[in-house]
Write a protein that binds this ligand. Structure first.
Ligand SMILES: [Zn+2]
Length: 678
């Protein structure tokens, strides 16, 4: 039930569920690192290759990963080792006096690493879940669906809290599309050989899961076809990833009576009663057409077929908590097909991930004590304040925006808030019951606990300081409905950041990420919200015209970048991220320049040297490799373009880069015509 975050906040990178991490990280990286350069490549032709060529040549993607990056994945690997050590000590009975949840964390981790439990305890939990489905009647279907939704099993739709886009101080319920097992709408209709092969594999996967749960092979195969047909009907009416870039498309707030009229085949009262004790006064339906299709399917599909569809989604959503027989099917289908992984990651890593995913603000208490001490928070805060100021200068400097809109843009900037490291007040997990015996049951317990915590926000005043990303996560985000940025301790690590790094390294690294998040407030989506987080048009017609012109230049530029398998970047899908990278690089650079001593500013050779370090630090924090399969999935589903384009795209649009490296005019990295939004 975290999709309110996923949907409308702008992350710095994709959060792939298979991005777990391997043993290969060694020493803490320095930045910039000249030993990684490919000096045979001209920095003015391909700066990414110049900066990362050495790293690319010596780095292989681990078999259990879809990608490997010098920044994100390597840091995540180190963070995970810290988590492991904490969890193992809790599991062995040690306690952290500052962490009241040491026991629950230790017990949960222990139930996960004990693989013997999976075949007995977890399987029994699954069987109970399946017999619960067997006993569904027309009358009890809504309360079963509520039971499932609370446990992260989402057939047909999801039900989560979200802020009202136009009145962001109101937390309301939101119904989103869900219950389709392929990653995006297109996968159901892609008629290429590859597209057909994916659907064939999906049928095999569904059928295997069903047969493992006790169904005969013939029935499993027949039912797999029925499930795919049902999901295809849903997909036909579903929104595609690019549709989510237009918040207006997703805004349909109704009162409860209207919801009942929109989908009358479903007993909403019964469902809501089983789901939450909070009063649900209004609901946003992201895709009314989709919900109407759900209504039709509920009406027209025989109950026995619905049960089959529910069973598959129960097993699919539970696979991570089941024995290897189930999990390896899940892994083979999702991880291999869409991410190009060759091997599963070690059990302890999956268990550390699960512990952090489900009790991240308990585990985070011990994590930050070990990883985010000293002056780190003060340095990061000083940086972000300077970068916010620089963003003001960037807004002031654009020629396509009129004064009236600039005033509004600066007003929005003045209201921007940020959170760094970890929450001031830690979330509580009182009442969580972790038992020995069934890991799957413990997972259900925690998912339901977290779902109820989220749902309890509906109808209550907005809590602006609430954190949704665990402190050890290597990521950052901008939340337009709160006009807020969050930088967990997890990303404030080398090569992005270190209290011992030079300013050039920190600003090129995490500074650019900070600028990127700020710029999200002014990208194609973020610009549609004001400083209070409300969807509101604060743009004059002229300024909007100017913005669109610059944005379409950027869109076309990224559209021309080739990707694995003969595709290319989808410039409309990545537009917001590309604006974030372009604007973020500039504001980080300006803020960094403001920290330089006068002697350096006045000495052009010394200045150029420092600038080179800044740009190299930026590029080298993004050195990365994707498997071809992962890159192909990314291009269809992820708004972030591949790293090489994040680096070269942003730099080629920034004239200061060409000057620092004395690039010839019209070299690749210093084109005559640049696409500059901010
Ligand atoms: Zn972003």
């Amino acid at each position: 039930m975290k999709s309110n975050v996923a949907l409308f906040s702008f992350l710095i990178l994709i959060s792939a569920s298979f991005v777990a991490h391997s043993e290969i990280s060694g020493e803490i990286p320095i930045n910039p690192d000249d030993s990684l350069l490919d000096t045979k490549t001209d920095p003015c032709e391909n700066f990414y290759q110049y900066s990362c060529g050495g790293w690319l040549a010596k780095t292989e993607i681990p078999a259990d990963k879809p990608n490997w990056e010098r920044g994100f994945t390597d840091i995540a690997e180190r963070n995970k080792k810290v988590l492991k050590q904490i969890l193992e000590s809790f599991a062995s009975g040690k306690r952290d006096t500052q962490n009241p949840y040491s026991k629950q964390l230790g017990d949960f981790y222990a139930s996960c690493v004990n693989e013997d439990n999976l075949d007995k305890g977890s399987l029994k939990t699954l069987q109970l879940g399946l017999s619960r489905i067997d006993s569904i009647t027309k009358n009890s279907l809504p309360s079963w669906l509520a039971w499932a939704h609370l446990r992260g099993v989402n057939p047909f739709f999801s039900f989560v809290p979200n802020q009202d886009l136009k009145k962001p101080e109101n937390v309301i319920a939101e119904i989103g599309q869900a219950g389709m097992g392929l990653p995006a709408k297109d996968y159901y209709f892609d008629d290429s050989e590859q597209g057909k092969a994916v659907r064939q594999k999906y049928l095999g996967y569904i059928s295997n899961l069903l047969s493992f749960s006790g169904m005969s092979k013939a029935d499993s195969e027949k039912n797999a076809t029925k499930i795919l047909e049902l999901e295809t009907k849903l997909a036909k009416k579903a929104l595609a990833p690019v549709d989510f870039r237009q918040p207006e498309n997703l805004y349909h707030v109704l009162d409860l009576a209207t919801l009942k009229k929109t989908a009358p085949a479903f007993d909403w009262d019964k469902y809501l009663k089983a789901l939450t004790s909070n009063k649900i006064a209004s609901v946003n339906i992201q895709a009314p057409v989709y919900l109407q299709e759900v209504n039709e399917l509920l009406k027209a599909t025989p109950l026995s077929d619905l049960k089959i569809y529910f069973k598959f989604h129960l097993i699919n959503a539970s696979a991570k908590g089941l024995s290897n027989r189930f999990y390896s099917e899940y892994f083979d289908f999702y991880a291999k097909t869409f991410y190009g992984l060759k091997e599963m990651s070690a059990r302890w890593k999956r268990c550390a991930d699960a512990s952090d995913e489900m009790m991240g603000f308990a585990l985070g208490r011990s994590f930050v004590n070990q990883t985010f001490a000293g002056a780190s928070k003060d340095i990061a805060r000083d940086m972000i304040e300077r970068i916010e100021k620089a963003q003001g200068a960037v807004i002031e400097g654009v020629s396509w925006m009129d004064e009236k809109t600039k005033m509004e843009a600066k007003e929005k900037l003045a209201r921007l808030v940020n959170q760094i490291g970890y929450p001031d007040n830690w979330r509580k997990y009182d009442g969580v019951q972790i038992k020995k015996g069934s890991y799957l049951s413990n997972r259900y317990e925690l998912i339901a606990f977290n779902s109820k915590y989220e749902l309890s926000k509906i109808g209550k005043p907005l809590n602006r300081v609430d954190w949704t990303m665990s402190p050890s996560v290597v990521n950052a985000y901008y939340e337009p409905l709160m006009n807020k940025m969050v930088f967990p301790a997890g990303i404030l690590q080398p090569p992005f950041f270190s209290e011992s790094y030079s300013a050039a390294a920190n600003y090129g690294g995490i500074g650019m990420v900070m600028g990127h998040e700020i710029s999200h407030g002014y990208d194609d989506q973020g610009r549609q919200f004001n400083g209070l987080g409300a969807m509101f048009n604060w743009w004059t017609e002229d300024s909007l015209k100017g913005f669109n012109k610059q944005a379409s230049c950027l869109s076309k530029q990224y559209e021309s970048y080739p990707t694995a398998g003969g595709g290319h970047v989808d410039g409309s899908l990545t537009l917001g991220e590309d604006i974030g990278d372009q604007g973020g690089l500039k504001s980080a650079y300006l803020a960094w320049k403001g920290t330089l001593k006068k002697e350096i500013i006045e000495d052009s050779a010394a200045l150029r040297n420092e600038e080179k370090k800044f740009f190299q630090s930026f590029a080298q924090a993004w050195c990365g490799k994707d498997t071809d399969a992962f890159e192909q999935t990314r291009v269809k589903t992820d708004p972030h373009p591949p790293n090489r384009y994040r680096v070269n795209g942003a730099l080629s649009n920034f004239s200061e880069f060409g000057k620092a490296f004395q690039c010839k005019e019209n070299s690749r990295m210093a084109p005559k015509n640049r696409c500059v939004v901010w």
